[in-house]
Write a protein that binds this ligand. Structure first.
Ligand SMILES: Cc1cc2nc3c(=O)[nH]c(=O)nc-3n(C[C@H](O)[C@H](O)[C@H](O)COP(=O)(O)O)c2cc1C
Length: 335
């Protein structure tokens, strides 16, 4: 029997740097997402009490389940960061061993640390020892052809106390594109005594089902498929019975999400941080280039209100026609 911390068939929203703040998670939760994470928090910044980092830890009163994610490699920073986290309440503390960005790799953290199995396990043991929360890890596969290195890392982490391991089925150098090596995830999952969560490439209920089957994992984590598309959580639970949002529902949710971001960050910062959020909602949904160009000029809450009047005119007629011949398009709208 495997140790499980997520109930069967759980769908987990991935930690996403620059995205999974409180307003983002609230939006996902409105459509049924239960398991959410903060974005990754740098252990050094947390150890030094950086203000922005403190905001990353904010938890909404209504959030029944929230995981926090830590990234780093310096044992001193990690110990101090965990002392700060331990003063709060989280359901899980996840350790990031998958982030490939140079800023993180330079510090021998994230995916770079994951490649150094011995050291990754040493650092993780410290986390398991100091954390008052159950600990988990998020890794990438270490080879596209041989399951052994990934197995060695995952089993080392499990032996050090990981209660679950999420595996993104791409190697570090593939970043976020290319195939997801489901056979590697499957081989590790079959042998690991703790739960494995499969991650990579989910954008609709059909490819989610396929990922679960190919990896033989009942729990999955998704990231980019939820950007500007919180309805995906409804889709993954309703499958063939899912009804996409109407243009009006799209506008309502975009407005709600941005208004919460304004409340959370203040209008000026929200307009800067929210540009990518707005563009995500409009992406692949038939909004013209000129609507999207407007986004870069939004500076105030009033600008956003005016912009929403344009969005509420809906997608182009060409998109409606295009949908007739592409009825299975991801992120589609219903008319
Ligand atoms: C913009 C962006 C930010 C990310 N931030 C994090 C992060 O903070 N922590 C983490 O473990 N993974 C992070 N990831 C990786 C995702 O959690 C996920 O593993 C990856 O995108 C593959 O899943 P997907 O194919 O469903 O997008 C990030 C990915 C992207 C594109």
């Amino acid at each position: 029997m495997k140790l499980r911390i997520y109930p069967e068939n759980s769908i987990i929203l991935a930690p996403l740097s620059g995205y999974t703040d409180l307003p983002y998670r609230r939006s996902a939760r409105r459509f049924g997402c239960k398991y959410c994470f903060t974005e990754m928090i740098d252990a050094g910044s947390l150890a030094y009490g950086n203000d922005k980092t403190l905001r990353y830890m904010q938890r909404g009163a209504e959030e029944e389940w929230l995981g926090v994610q830590l990234v780093g490699s310096n044992p001193d920073f990690i110990e101090r960061a965990i002392a700060v986290l331990n003063q709060r309440e989280f359901n899980v503390l996840d350790f990031n061993l998958g982030c490939p960005v140079p800023k993180v790799a330079k510090k021998e953290a994230g995916a770079q640390l994951g490649k150094n199995i011995k050291r990754a396990v040493e650092v993780f043991s410290l986390i398991a020892e100091k954390s008052k929360f159950p600990v988990t890890a998020k890794i990438r596969i270490l080879s596209e052809t041989d399951p052994e290195p990934t197995w060695e890392l995952a089993s080392g982490l499990a032996a050090a106390g990981a209660q679950a391991v999420t595996i993104h089925g791409r190697v570090m150098k593939a970043l976020y594109s290319g195939p997801v090596y489901t056979d590697i995830i499957r081989e590790v999952s079959e042998r690991l005594p703790v739960q494995v969560i499969a991650n990579g490439g989910i954008t609709n209920w059909k490819n989610c089902k396929e990922l679960k089957e190919k990896c033989d994992c009942d729990c999955v984590m998704l990231a980019r498929g939820a950007m500007g598309n919180p309805w995906i959580f409804k889709e993954l639970s309703e499958c063939e019975n899912y009804q996409p949002p109407t243009p009006e529902e799209l506008s309502d949710e975009l407005e709600k999400h941005m208004n919460e971001l304004i409340e959370y960050l203040g209008a000026e910062l929200a307009m800067k941080a929210g540009r990518k959020i707005i563009l995500d909602y409009l992406k692949s949904r038939g909004f013209t280039g000129s609507v999207k160009t407007e986004v870069s000029s939004l500076k105030t809450a009033a600008d956003f209100e005016d912009f929403m009047k344009i969005v509420r005119r809906g997608p182009s007629d060409r998109y409606r026609v295009w949908l007739l011949s592409n009825p299975d398009a991801d992120r589609k709208l219903k008319f």
